[in-house]
Design a protein around this ligand. Structure first.
Ligand code: SF4
Ligand code: SF4
Length: 225
């Protein structure tokens, strides 16, 4: 999930200072789970923006704001309200903002949310970063604990030696990732994995912007004769 938080209302109003009519778009996935872009948050925002003198032409919580097909479908269902607006305020991650921006083309879109990280949901309101999408996953070496993300220094060949009582020297509030890795490997009888020296992390897999295209399998031509 993309963990995100709502921008301060002052910052949103600054982004909207040159416009009068606003359409608010939310997202039913990550943004709703993080309480930035669900029905409730859109309603609260509508009240605040109206108090600030804006006219809200309409609102919609897109099923998934980063799906081009969904953006087409939901926008079409709200077309008059979208057309009437000067600007679209998007309460979703940057991918959602850009999907709407690409589709609407000439209509300005502004973000109302700051995306923070790819997170594990511990419970509603408690999220932890576990993966940075580094492009070359090494979890097989550590039995499923990411040293790239969870070690403050991103070390992949064991700990730095600064940990104390199982906590990280950079942030004593956090467990040392390599202590966690060691304990897990030990419990599973996999400590031999620590003897394998890893090459430096291959960051070349992380060139931006990333792109992935699946080739569609060609349909078989069935001869019915
Ligand atoms: S190594 Fe860590 S950051 Fe990289 S893909 Fe795997 S879990 Fe994500
Ligand atoms: S104490 Fe542990 S988690 Fe912190 S930087 Fe060193 S090895 Fe990484």
């Amino acid at each position: 999930m993309i963990i995100q938080k709502q921008k301060p209302i002052e910052e949103i109003l600054e982004s909207l200072k040159d416009c009068r009519k606003v359409f608010i778009a939310g997202c039913a996935d990550c943004a709703t789970a993080c309480k930035t872009g669900g029905e409730e948050e859109l309603a609260e925002l509508k009240t605040k923006l109206t108090e600030a003198g804006k006219t809200i032409t309409g609102m919609a919580v897109y099923d998934t704001a980063c799906l081009s097909g969904e953006v087409r479908k939901t926008t079409a269902a709200h077309q008059p309200e979208v057309d009437e607006a000067d600007t679209i305020l998007v309460m979703a991650c940057g991918s959602g903002v850009q999907t709407l921006g690409d589709y609407l083309d000439t209509k300005p879109v502004v973000p109302g949310v700051d995306p923070l990280f790819i997170g594990q949901v511990i419970r509603a309101g408690k999220y932890e970063e576990k993966c940075q999408a580094c492009g070359k996953c090494v979890l097989a070496l550590t039995d499923g604990i990411c040293p790239v993300t969870r070690c403050s220094k991103g070390l992949i060949n064991g700990p730095c030696g600064g940990y104390k009582d199982g906590k990280c020297e950079v942030d004593p509030e956090k467990d040392c990732a390599w202590v966690l890795i060691y304990e897990r490997l030990k419990a599973r009888g996999h400590l031999d994995k620590l003897r394998e020296l890893q090459d430096p992390k291959d960051h070349s897999a992380l060139h931006r912007p990333q792109r992935l295209v699946w080739e569609r399998p060609k349909k078989k031509v069935v001869n019915k004769n």
